[in-house]
Design a protein around this ligand. Structure first.
Ligand code: HEC
Length: 132
């Protein structure tokens, strides 16, 4: 084997290992707890978030159903999913989620999700937003 093909083999193996290392994010084990901790208080039943937007995070189906205006998750594309955009502050500050715009901060509530939690939601969507 020439040294060139050794290098090619090395690169190929490296890529396979890297691809294998990308962790599968689970809806029930990873995403569900984030929604339960930071969203469900407003996005369930008569909570103010569900009342205002129609978006409930009770279970996988309600998350996929989205708001009264339509879906907030586009499987495979976090950047097209408002569920991701609202937590990454890529939208009007008034709909940063959980609410942490100036008014809600002044009311003594509101904080952004941690970077890890944001990445978990984004990766789950990019991996197909599966009910796993
Ligand atoms: C303190 C209550 C509260 C919490 C906590 C909260 N929300 Fe909201 N959410 C709202 C309200 C109120 C609206 C309606 C905002 C509007 O349209 O003016 C809303 C709207 C939304 C919308 C629809 C945005 C749109 O108009 O397209 C999404 C998606 C959303 N929330 C996701 C989340 C997620 C994800 C979390 C948890 C990380 C969360 N929310 C936590 C109150 C809350």
């Amino acid at each position: 084997m020439t040294s060139k093909s050794f290098i090619r083999l090395g690169i190929a193996l490296f890529c396979i290992v890297l691809a294998g290392c990308e962790r599968q994010v689970s809806f029930s084990a990873d995403v569900r707890p984030i929604l339960d901790n930071y969203c469900i208080s407003c996005h369930s039943g008569s909570g103010e978030g569900e009342a205002a937007s129609g978006f409930a995070v009770d279970d996988y189906d309600s998350v996929m159903q989205g708001t009264k205006f339509g879906q907030v998750v586009v499987p495979g594309s976090s950047m097209s999913s408002s569920l991701y955009l609202v937590v990454t502050e890529r939208v009007d500050p008034k709909i940063h989620m959980p609410p942490h715009h100036d008014e809600s901060l002044a009311e003594g509530r509101g904080f952004a999700l941690s970077r890890t939690n944001i990445e978990t939601i984004g990766t789950w969507i990019d991996q197909g937003a599966k009910n796993n």
